[in-house]
Design a protein around this ligand. Structure first.
Ligand code: ADP
Ligand code: MG
Length: 381
């Protein structure tokens, strides 16, 4: 029986009221909203590895923007293998949808999109349903028309595009280039519209490489692991109204240490701990270490196992070399000899792209998380 809903669901981005820390990042966002409200949009690229809190940040930013800037905002969730056109169509579709939700009078009460009263929106909807692609000019004029349909010009519009790393290079290039061209021009016609792009580092690096002005056009926000204070907040905020369950300060510090402040892993550890204790009592370091093997098993089953399964045989050799090694970091040549890897290191590059292996600032390599290392070690027996 489920007595209390587990408040640490790692698979869902945290609800905005339980959003922990990231004070500077949020300030930076608010600053961009301010500029946009003066028709001088500042566009943002949120960059960070898997599970670091990109989607959670977008949701939090939506909440703030709606409260403080009356923002109309929506998130496009990019799907793997999507074309750039599909992404642009999704933007128009969601924008339209959002306007109709907030200004229902622009549409007939029970009608479909085609029956809308406003001729302008009707035309946009129809065009968007057609298969014609968007040239930058047409995309721009469509966004302009949508902006003009908004009654209250004190509002701002924030278009968020999440998981951009899912696009193939060429499609990513087209999306980023179109957004850049169009969003550069929009403020000139008084549109208070800004874009927030979000994705893993590979998305940013790829688009910056293909199109160098990207770096100048988007203000980059890089999400890092939680500080100890942020970890503590992330652990305590979700249980502030639950009286039966708590985590001692010492256990909080230990969970921060074990998870290295990685938001997803931290939440997953708390989720398992809460479950193991049936949502009752105080989690202490002693209780934590007793249930740690179970927690590692759960992490292995839910996250690390599938990651390892997705690695090719050659890639696995590299992962095993890391797991066998006493040191956490290895140099290229060490990996090469221990995993019998080719000189070009293609498989290592793939692992870095997948963010299973990280390249450290000193040009060495390490597994993305020590608990993953423990898991691979266990798998090897
Ligand atoms: N600032 C935060 N406060 C509390 N929990 C967070 C925060 N950022 C991320 N999380 C949690 O970490 C996990 C991963 O976050 P998510 O936004 O899904 O990462 P990403 O989109 O980068 O893959 C989720 O369970 C989320 O609730
Ligand atoms: Mg996400």
């Amino acid at each position: 029986m489920l007595d209390t809903i587990n408040p640490y669901m790692p698979a869902y981005p945290v609800e905005p009221p339980n959003f922990a820390g990231r004070k500077q990042v949020l300030q930076s966002m608010v600053e961009a909203f301010k500029y946009t409200s003066h028709a001088k949009s500042l566009n943002i690229a949120v960059v960070g590895e898997w599970g670091i809190g990109k989607t959670a940040l977008l949701l939090k930013a939506q909440e703030i923007a709606s409260k403080e800037f009356g923002a109309i905002s929506f998130i496009i969730d990019v799907q793997s293998g999507q074309t750039s056109d599909a992404v642009l169509h999704a933007i128009v579709q969601k924008f339209l949808h959002q306007i109709l939700r907030e200004y229902p009078k622009l549409g007939l009460p029970a009608g479909g999109i085609r029956e809308m009263k406003s001729p302008r929106l009707d035309r946009i909807a129809e065009q968007n349903e057609g298969n014609a692609g968007y040239t930058p000019i047409r995309f721009e004029s469509t966004l302009q028309s949508l902006w003009e349909a908004i009654a209250d010009k004190d509002r701002i519009v924030i278009i968020m595009i999440d998981n951009l790393e899912f696009l193939d290079k060429q499609e990513l290039f087209k999306v980023v280039e179109t957004i850049r061209n169009v969003f550069q021009a929009l403020p000139r016609s008084g549109c208070k519209i800004m874009a927030i792009l979000s994705g893993k580092k590979i998305f940013y690096d790829t688009s910056a490489k293909l199109y160098s002005p990207t770096a100048r056009f988007f203000r980059r926000i890089t999400l890092e692991e939680f500080t100890e204070q942020e970890s503590a907040e992330a652990m305590t905020l979700p249980i502030r109204e639950i009286s039966d369950f708590s985590i001692s300060k010492e256990a909080q510090a230990e969970i921060h240490r074990l998870s290295e402040g990685h938001p997803y892993i931290l939440k997953a550890v708390c989720f398992s701990a809460f479950r193991e204790l049936n949502g009752k009592g105080k989690l202490t370091p002693k209780k934590l270490s007793a249930i740690m093997p179970v927690i590692v098993d759960i992490l292995g089953n839910d996250i690390f196992g599938p990651m390892l399964d997705r690695a090719s045989e050659e890639e696995k050799k590299i992962l095993f070399a890391f797991a066998k090694s006493k040191e956490d970091t290895l140099s290229f040549s060490e990996i090469q000899s221990r995993a019998k890897m080719s000189k070009r290191g293609t498989h290592l590059t793939r692992l870095v792209e997948k963010e299973i292996v990280l390249r450290t600032s000193r040009g060495k390599y390490r597994l993305f998380h020590p608990l993953f290392k423990a898991f691979v070690q266990k798998k090897m027996g």
